[in-house]
Design a binder for this molecule. Structure first.
Ligand code: DAT
Ligand code: MG
Length: 150
């Protein structure tokens, strides 16, 4: 079972979209494994977005993610990374497919509401960066066999 970090970024929190994001992931069938509402430190932001250091939008991205609290979560499921990124939609909201979160609620790449891990390897890395092992819950739902084939 794959795991992905999911963030509802400061714009999503400010706009009251935490519940909307959670509802869509729940309805998709994904399983929540951890959640915390938190203010992101500059150090965590810089480590999380280290891959983008030096890009023109980097400073704005760091300022955005630390500007107000975020809802940080871990979601799991079969092919969770691809499934979650599909539910989020393309990075640029104007390129996101109708029915995705970024299409339905956003307009600009610098206010695109959510973060989700982009590979299973980065999912594992980001989960370890954002969550302590004891903050994660390993559990199964009675309905899982009706959602997960195996
Ligand atoms: P994603 O968040 O879809 O994984 P990414 O990892 O390429 O996208 O970039 C991280 C964030 O950085 C993205 O959510 C918004 C911002 N960003 C990316 N490209 C940008 C650009 N060209 N201009 C402004 N912000 C950008
Ligand atoms: Mg990314």
């Amino acid at each position: 079972m794959e795991r992905s970090l999911v963030l509802v970024k400061p714009d999503g929190v400010q706009r009251g979209l935490v519940g909307e994001v959670i509802a869509r992931l729940e309805r998709r069938g994904l399983l929540l494994a951890g959640a915390k509402f938190m203010q992101v430190s500059r150090a965590l932001a810089e480590e999380h977005y280290g891959i983008h250091k030096g890009k023109p939008f980097y400073e704005g991205l760091i300022a955005y993610i630390i500007s107000a609290p975020v809802m940080a979560m871990v979601w799991e499921g079969p092919n969770a990374v691809v499934a979650i990124r599909q539910t989020m939609g393309a990075t640029r909201p104007l390129e996101a497919a109708p029915g995705t979160i970024r299409h339905d609620f956003a307009l600009e790449v610098g206010r695109n509401l959510t973060h989700a891990s982009d590979s299973p390897e980065n999912g594992a890395k980001e989960v370890a960066l954002w969550f302590k092992p004891e903050e994660l819950v390993s559990w199964r739902r009675a309905v899982d066999p009706w959602i997960f084939e195996k």
